[in-house]
Write a protein that binds this ligand. Structure first.
Ligand SMILES: C[S@@+](CC[C@H](N)C(=O)[O-])C[C@H]1O[C@@H](n2cnc3c(N)ncnc32)[C@H](O)[C@@H]1O
Length: 257
């Protein structure tokens, strides 16, 4: 999926919502950053996590945000303009312009599942990590990313169209094996699953509904079907039977010494 223009804007709104905030909190709690650390955020998007990492690592530390989207990098640069210890890298995860063993930690949120050749990206990410360094990733179990309240057949059609948006639908299930192969230890998965039953102004469900609708239209679902689906969700919400579930998983590991 391309994170430029309309979809990029929706993604950044998502990152600013409670769903994005709670993920960043989980990452910061797991990373246990020390002043002076060097950390890279793979697929940094609009840079929401970078500013927290920059404060935690302080002036002696350095934070790298990597993203192939020029739009996202421009947004991240603007967000982090007051931090001298942040550098943006406009590239893909399988080509990181940093020395081997240059980062104390690597982190990534909802990015590796979009990378078709994930093994190359994980190998390259591991190359820049110091032995003993921490890897912290959040990816979604997309089979559990689901709206409730619309008529079942139409709901399935919209969700089926959205499956094409990402290469690895159930990455948290595959990641421990891949990390083990790359020489990581203490590999742990933690559920960050949540349920939403409302679509107020800053509800993640609102931005996700918009994103799925745009994507379904691009996949050839008719405008009338998408409008029907959204109308049915609105009706369900009014009647108190609307829901949205998502199942992000935080995977943490340490590279063998
Ligand atoms: C869903 S967004 C997540 C952004 C950010 N991590 C957050 O949580 O707000 C996914 C990001 O991954 C980036 N991305 C896509 N393919 C990538 C690749 N091969 N290497 C690195 N980043 C990639 C996109 O440009 C996008 O900014």
């Amino acid at each position: 999926m391309e994170f430029s223009s309309d979809l990029g804007k929706l993604q950044r709104l998502m990152a600013s919502s409670i769903a994005g905030i709670s993920r960043r909190q989980a990452i910061l709690e797991t990373l246990m950053i020390s002043p002076g650390d060097q950390i890279i955020d793979i697929g940094c998007g609009g840079g929401h996590l970078l500013e927290h990492l920059a404060k935690a690592a302080g002036g002696q530390g350095h934070i790298y945000g990597l993203d192939p989207s020029k739009d996202q990098v421009a947004q991240a640069r603007a967000r982090c303009s007051e931090f001298e210890n942040v550098t943006l890298l406009n590239s893909y995860a399988d080509e990181i312009s940093l020395e081997q063993n240059s980062c104390n930690s690597v982190t990534s949120t909802q990015t590796f599942e979009y990378i078709e050749n994930i093994d190359a990206a994980l190998t390259e990410t591991t190359r820049v990590l110091v032995p003993g360094g921490a890897f912290v990733n959040i990816s979604i179990l997309w089979d559990h990313f689901k709206f409730f309240g619309a008529e079942e057949k139409l709901n399935d059609r919209i969700h089926d169209a959205f499956r094409a948006h990402c290469s690895h639908q159930m990455l948290p299930m595959e990641l421990p094996g891949k990390l083990n192969q790359l020489g990581y230890r203490d590999i742990r998965n933690k559920s960050l699953a949540f349920l939403i039953t409302h679509r107020d102004q800053n509800s993640p469900a609102r931005y996700i509904e918009e994103t799925i609708s745009l994507f379904a239209l691009k996949q050839g679902v008719s405008k009338s079907h998408v409008e029907d689906w959204r109308g049915q969700l609105t009706k369900a919400e009014k009647e108190g039977r609307f829901g949205f579930t998502s199942f992000p998983v935080l995977t943490s590991a340490f590279l063998n010494l």
